[in-house]
Design a protein around this ligand. Structure first.
Ligand SMILES: [Zn+2]
Length: 168
């Protein structure tokens, strides 16, 4: 399993090695990255699909923890009928959403917003410069368990690009 923390740290219970400790101090990895990676590593003993999965990053929002995986690894982390994410959800006491990081930002965006459908992604010009705006039908307002701000922060963390979410 590949995770935001190294193999040694995946196996340990509390301490971090000096390399991972540095990443933690610099804010490159968070408590949620460490916690969720270790939970998944533990589960990989009974769920072999996790062994060749890659966890890129995790994000903790108010109502949900988002796990970003490498492309093609989402199903390995979700497990059959969601059995793996259910166990993770029990441990972190929040629901879990798994999203694959794709080469195409739009695929990642769709994954994070599903089942809401993306109507369009437009470049708009604002006094502060260009901005990419994702439009979702307003029938989904309040039906996504992430706030607009949380969504924007997470999608920036995964894709490196700032997108703005709008319900219209
Ligand atoms: Zn380490």
């Amino acid at each position: 399993m590949k995770a935001p923390i190294c193999n040694v740290c995946l196996k340990s219970e509390d301490e971090l090695c000096s390399m991972c400790e540095d990443k933690f101090e610099n804010g490159k990895i968070t408590d949620t990255d460490i916690n969720v990676s270790r939970i998944l590593h533990n589960l990989s003993k009974e769920h072999a699909s996790l062994k060749d999965s890659e966890i890129i990053k995790t994000f903790e929002a108010e109502n949900v923890v988002v796990i970003a995986t490498a492309k093609g690894d989402g199903a390995k982390v979700v497990g059959r009928s969601g059995e793996i994410v259910k166990k993770v959800a029990d441990e972190v006491d929040k629901s879990i959403r798994v999203v694959e990081k794709s080469n195409e930002d739009l695929e990642t965006i769709k994954g994070l917003l599903s089942p809401a459908e993306v109507e369009s992604v437009n470049t708009v010009f604002t006094p502060n410069g260009q901005e990419k705006k994702i439009v979702v039908s307003d029938e989904y307002t309040g039906k996504i368990n992430l706030s607009e701000d949380e969504f924007e922060e997470i999608i920036k963390g995964i894709t490196g690009t700032h997108y703005r979410l709008a319900f219209e």
